[in-house]
Write a protein that binds this ligand. Structure first.
Ligand SMILES: [Fe+2]
Ligand SMILES: [Fe+2]
Length: 281
């Protein structure tokens, strides 16, 4: 059975006619399931799906990797153009937290809202039915949404400029809602990352643990390496090599310097996973 991934939102547009934006969305087609992992930040997913000849009505369910709006802001647009069938939306309960980022020095001196830009009732009115879990959710025998990813490695950490607003206070956001989609194929795991706020390698280690499958065939999506220092990059490359990953298709929050380092090391095992990219495994 072929696993087909199509990138519908990314920071880079792969060819003429596609829209790029800071965000991520990947369509995952495997057997009976057509799952949309994340929805980008605006309506670019809808436009890019049309450009790609994809009818989003075929989507069986939506998985949200976390509550940041560059992954959830397209949800209203996606639901609006789907037929009126109810759609399951899988997410971690903390994805609904009131999330903020500080982008200036000193950290905390400015706060920007970056959480889900909708109220739940509006999305339910458009057909969304929410399934919330901190634990892995198996969609079928081969496809699992990881739930909360444990922090295990010494070289990965959650950024310090992210907060949750509780009352009038901003407290550091450990982003417990960060999760990935994992497909068990005959060649090994294909791990589709959203933003990997808990670390690309932590996510791969957890994917191995919950599936009982050691082989990681491919990893695609946002790796959150755009602020990684040389040590994290070195250790990440070493672990990917140890896992013997055959295909590494980075997107979104990987950033150019980390992408270049991965490309130089992994050569033809590496690819840019930009809008319009279709991957078959
Ligand atoms: Fe994020
Ligand atoms: Fe992101």
């Amino acid at each position: 059975m072929t696993l087909r991934l199509t990138t519908l939102c990314d920071n880079l547009a792969g060819s003429l006619g596609y829209l790029a934006e800071w965000g991520l969305s990947i369509l995952v087609e495997y057997g009976e399931e057509t799952i949309l992992l994340d929805t980008g930040g605006t309506d670019s997913v809808v436009r890019n799906a049309i450009q790609n000849g994809i009818n989003l009505d075929q989507v069986t369910r939506i998985v949200l990797s976390h509550g940041h709006k560059d992954h959830t802001g397209g949800l209203r647009h996606v639901l609006q153009i789907m037929d009126s069938k109810k759609r399951q939306v899988i997410l971690h309960p903390e994805a609904w937290a009131s999330k903020y980022a500080s982008r200036s020095e000193p950290v905390g001196s400015d706060m920007h809202y970056i959480g889900i830009p909708y109220v739940r009732e509006e999305l339910e009115h458009l057909g969304a039915t929410f399934t919330m879990s901190r634990k892995p959710i198996w969609i079928n025998d081969q496809i699992v949404v990881t739930g909360e990813v444990p922090m295990k490695t010494s070289f990965e950490s959650v950024e310090k400029n992210l907060f949750v607003k509780i009352g009038e206070d901003y407290i550091p956001d450990p982003i417990p809602d960060d999760q990935a989609l994992v497909v068990k194929t005959s060649k090994g795991l294909v791990v589709v990352l959203g933003c990997a706020h808990h670390g690309m390698i932590n996510t791969l280690l957890y994917a191995q643990k919950i599936t009982g499958e050691e082989r990681i065939y491919a990893v695609v999506g946002g790796t959150h390496l755009f602020r990684a220092g040389p040590e994290q990059l070195k250790q990440t490359i070493a672990k990917l090599e140890e896992f013997n990953v055959a295909h590494i298709g980075v997107s979104h929050c990987t950033g150019m310097p980390a992408s270049m380092a991965l490309m130089q090391y992994f050569k033809n095992r590496f690819f840019f996973n930009h809008v319009g990219k279709i991957m078959e495994f």
